[in-house]
Design a protein around this ligand. Structure first.
Ligand SMILES: Nc1ncnc2c1ncn2[C@@H]1O[C@H](COP(=O)(O)OP(=O)(O)OP(=O)(O)O)[C@@H](O)[C@H]1O
Ligand SMILES: Nc1ccn([C@H]2C[C@H](O)[C@@H](COP(=O)(O)O)O2)c(=O)n1
Length: 309
């Protein structure tokens, strides 16, 4: 086994302090209302050699990375994705296509989605995130290119705040769950002027209900108002890779290729905060999950808050 770089007891003490402070917040939230009965938090620092918090989370979720592909309508997302899939073997999840499949399956949300689409509006995250999660779960692939998502702040927070551990909750007798934030590995942004986008969509000829000048204008409005702030958000986190999309399809793909070729497995050496919230059994769940995942538990505490119901 490689040499461990576990934090010292001293540094753990500081972290445990922060953890306790965080728990005070949880306690306030729970006592505010939604919970009946006794609450237990089991928390601790744990790690697995060579893993970062995020890789670990993905590992459990079963995915190696997610790329978000975010750009204006008609910028070439749907054109480049099959090429990425062919060359790099990632799974392409196009949220627009997932929504279209819902429309075609005449599901209960189909008509509502169709109306949003006609008006160039963004479908509520409650629907898109569920479709996306399901598609990810059903895929054998562990690498995802998520095309056309998140389109606005609501999409972004819904996805990032996903309760990633629902499967584990089921496995462990509904006793507790982890909550963690999932962020994309990178965000690809195809930069293309508005006039070019409009021209491309009007020439697309795929029979889409939203490929008419009136809806294109609305979609562009929504794009500048809601999607550009999301791109700016990820840019501020250093995740955005901008590609000049006003060139030929092959030239654009050359840049895409170089980004994907740079990908290396993430292997940071960080410890992680593990939180299990539940009833009295939360400490058992904590230790069982740690064991199951091959984690070394470095510090651990059990907190019991009597009836807040
Ligand atoms: N680099 C390019 N140069 C010229 N035309 C392109 C280029 N890339 C894509 N196109 C064409 O532009 C049109 C729109 O492309 P595509 O459907 O890939 O865009 P998109 O970003 O997926 O759009 P939407 O967000 O509306 O689904 C298509 O007809 C496609 O063939
Ligand atoms: N996150 C998303 C993605 C797409 N939609 C809707 C609205 C779009 O007009 C339509 C088609 O998407 P596209 O193929 O242009 O990516 O799907 C949404 O509401 N939310």
């Amino acid at each position: 086994m490689a040499t461990s770089k576990f934090p010292t007891q001293k540094s753990l003490a500081g972290r445990t302090g922060r953890m306790e402070a965080g728990l005070a917040g949880w306690k306030r939230n729970f006592s505010a209302g939604n919970h009946c009965g006794d609450i237990c938090f089991s928390t601790g620092w744990a790690k697995r050699e060579g893993d970062s918090f995020l890789t670990w989370a993905r590992d459990i979720e079963g995915s190696e990375f997610e790329f978000f592909l975010l750009s204006g309508p008609g910028s070439g997302k749907g054109t480049q994705c099959p090429k990425i899939v062919e060359q790099f073997g990632s799974a392409h999840l196009c949220v627009g296509d997932l929504l279209q499949a819902e429309i075609e399956s005449e599901s209960e949300n189909g008509t509502m989605i169709q109306n949003f689409k006609k008006e160039g509006k963004i479908v509520p995250s409650e629907i898109t995130v569920k479709l996306l999660q399901l598609a990810m779960q059903q895929s054998d692939n562990k690498r995802f290119i998520i095309d056309g998502f998140p389109r606005n702040e609501e999409n972004r927070t819904a996805f990032e705040n996903i309760i990633a551990m629902q499967n584990i909750v089921v496995l462990y007798f509904y006793l507790g769950h982890f909550v963690m934030k999932i962020e994309p590995e990178r965000v690809l942004f195809f930069d293309c002027p508005e006039e070019e986008l409009t021209k491309r969509i009007l020439n697309r000829n795929q029979g889409r209900v939203d490929d008419n000048i009136e809806t294109i204008r609305k979609r562009l409005e929504v794009y500048f108002e809601s999607t550009v702030p999301v791109i700016n958000y990820y840019n501020s986190k250093g995740k955005v890779q901008k590609i000049d999309a006003q060139r030929s399809i092959d030239e654009v793909f050359e840049d895409v290729k170089s980004i994907f070729s740079e990908l290396k497995p993430v292997a940071k050496d960080e410890d992680m905060l593990l939180v299990v919230i539940g009833r009295k059994e939360s400490s058992t769940v904590f230790l069982t999950i740690g064991l199951h995942l091959g984690l070394e538990v470095m510090s651990y505490s059990f907190n019991y808050y009597a009836n807040h119901g």
